[in-house]
Design a protein around this ligand. Structure first.
Ligand SMILES: Nc1nc2c(ncn2[C@@H]2O[C@H](COP(=O)(O)OP(=O)(O)OP(=O)(O)O)[C@@H](O)[C@H]2O)c(=O)[nH]1
Ligand SMILES: [Mg+2]
Length: 471
């Protein structure tokens, strides 16, 4: 346990939840970060993981469970007084309702503490009683990790990068016109800055809705309590040589720097630097459905996200972490219940290829990594249908749009991931030889037996990789 955590344990002893002080000292804490881009499946993942750790009949691949060593698991007040609690009960109620529905989108950091009582392995098991291990799960938007890249960029460089992409997109037309009109502005007032920033945000919203992953700065669409402050009211502008000192360009530059100092750095200091284990959720099926350019954008966003786990590259992060690192990182392709299991291996291979590309083959500073295809909440059943004399492996579920049952054949993923990644890199318009479908399924009504958590795909393997060695 790190000294910081010990010190915290001491200052909080007054409120310590039924633990004796000495107990607090010897109870290990695993801090598990759960991240991914918007809609990647973070909330559903955490809800189902916690439900399945409390009712463990479907967690046979979690070794401590298979060995019968997990005595019990229960929720506790979380230890961080200033972070909102992950609203587990509300999210669980949504997916377990008689007419289940997906939980609402969440746009900020939140945390939950699950405590496990586990009997030790081996010889010791006979002598000592169960140990308590705390699992602190932290949900935060992957977009916030993208901001790390800003720390090493000047305002001019960031503007150039953003404007390059924007020029290729119809959604940016109004903003680009506004940015052009702002060129060389020597005098300006706050409404000018606000109008420009609003135009930029409108573009980001449209770009995100069109499936683009490169939304920067990450906090613009999830502003939280700093909404409207100058640090969140700026926009990229075309580079100006000799911009006037009191002009709009210089002010935007100043606010960009304030964003880095007041928004980006505190997140890495207060949240990111304390994580031990990390899962990065990736909705690669939706990107594949979106076409080669969506896959390429996902690949780039992944590369930026992964940059945060290779702190050697970033001076600020290196000095912040002082050698501490995330020990394990799981990259999980989510919503695998859209595919028949015969294709899960291919989806995992695509994830691995995306990562290999994204990470330039560099190691993650010694962290152990794995890729998996999972579904936190299985919404479909498998079905083989005869179609034009051929047998087709489908999945069946209730459509979100109409509420009707439908069988979906999502298309056949290639065995060789390059067949997807090469056209993506060359920004092809369409996949040449294939077509991929994704349908949005509603969660299926659950009939759980006592001791059973919600149905999933490989959530137990994910848990084994992430925390199994500590149980
Ligand atoms: N079929 C299926 N769909 C899923 C699964 N997990 C998530 N989804 C779908 O993905 C959507 C987003 O899931 P969330 O868990 O809310 O994703 P999130 O990353 O928390 O999203 P934000 O809070 O908006 O960033 C859900 O509304 C579902 O439609 C899954 O295991 N199976
Ligand atoms: Mg969420």
């Amino acid at each position: 346990m790190v000294i910081g955590a010990l010190a915290e344990g001491v200052t909080r002893r007054v409120e310590a939840v039924g633990d004796s002080i000495s107990g607090t000292f010897f109870e290990p804490v695993i801090r598990l970060g759960v991240t991914g881009l918007a809609r990647s499946g973070k909330t559903v993942f955490i809800t189902s993981l916690v439900a399945n750790l409390m009712d463990r009949a479907r967690m046979t691949q979690l070794v401590a469970q298979a060995d019968g060593r997990i005595v019990t698991a229960y929720l506790q007040p979380q230890p961080d007084d200033t972070i909102p609690r992950f609203d587990y009960e509300t999210h669980l109620a949504a997916i377990t309702a008689a007419e289940p529905f997906w939980p609402e989108s969440t746009r900020t950091v939140s945390e939950l503490r699950l405590s496990l009582k586990v009997r030790p392995t081996g010889l010791l098991g006979g002598f000592s009683g169960p140990r308590t291990i705390h699992l602190d799960i932290v949900d935060y938007p992957g977009e916030w990790l993208l901001d790390l890249g800003l720390l090493e960029k000047s305002y001019a460089k960031w503007s150039r990068d953003v404007l390059d992409w924007a020029e290729k997109r119809p959604q940016a037309r109004d903003f680009l016109a506004a940015a052009d009109a702002a060129r060389g502005r020597e005098t300006w007032e706050e409404p000018d800055a606000r109008a420009l920033s609003d135009a930029y945000k409108a573009y980001l919203v449209a770009a995100r809705d069109a499936g683009h992953a490169d939304i920067t700065p990450g906090r613009f669409l999830l502003p939280g309590e700093m909404e409207g402050s100058p640090a969140l009211t700026f926009a990229p502008l075309p580079v100006e040589e000799n911009a006037p000192r009191k002009g709009l360009w210089r002010e935007m530059e100043r606010r960009f720097e304030a964003y880095k100092d007041r928004v980006v750095k505190p997140f890495f200091r207060d949240h990111f630097s304390r994580i031990d284990r990390q899962v990065v959720l990736v909705d690669s099926l939706s990107a594949i459905h979106g076409g080669p350019q969506a896959v390429e954008e996902l690949r780039r966003a992944m590369a930026d996200i992964l940059g945060a786990f290779r702190p050697g590259r970033n001076r600020f992060l290196t000095s912040l972490l002082m050698g501490k690192r995330v020990e394990k990182i799981l990259f999980a392709a989510t919503k695998a219940d859209h595919l028949h299991h015969t294709q899960h291996g291919r989806l995992t291979a695509i994830m691995e290829a995306l990562l290999r590309d994204a990470s330039d083959r560099a190691a993650f500073a010694g962290a152990e990594t794995a890729a998996m295809s999972i579904a936190a909440l299985r919404a479909t059943v498998e079905e083989t249908v005869s179609h034009n004399g051929a047998e087709v492996d489908c999945v069946r579920g209730r459509l979100l749009s109409t509420g009707r049952q439908a069988a979906l054949y999502p298309g056949e993923l290639p065995e060789d991931p390059k067949r997807l990644l090469n056209p993506a890199r060359s920004l092809a318009e369409h996949w040449l030889d294939a077509d991929y479908n994704v349908m949005a399924f509603a969660p299926a009504p659950l009939r759980l037996k006592p001791g059973e958590g919600p149905p999933h795909i490989r959530l137990d393997r994910a848990a084994q990789f992430l925390i199994g060695d500590r149980l």
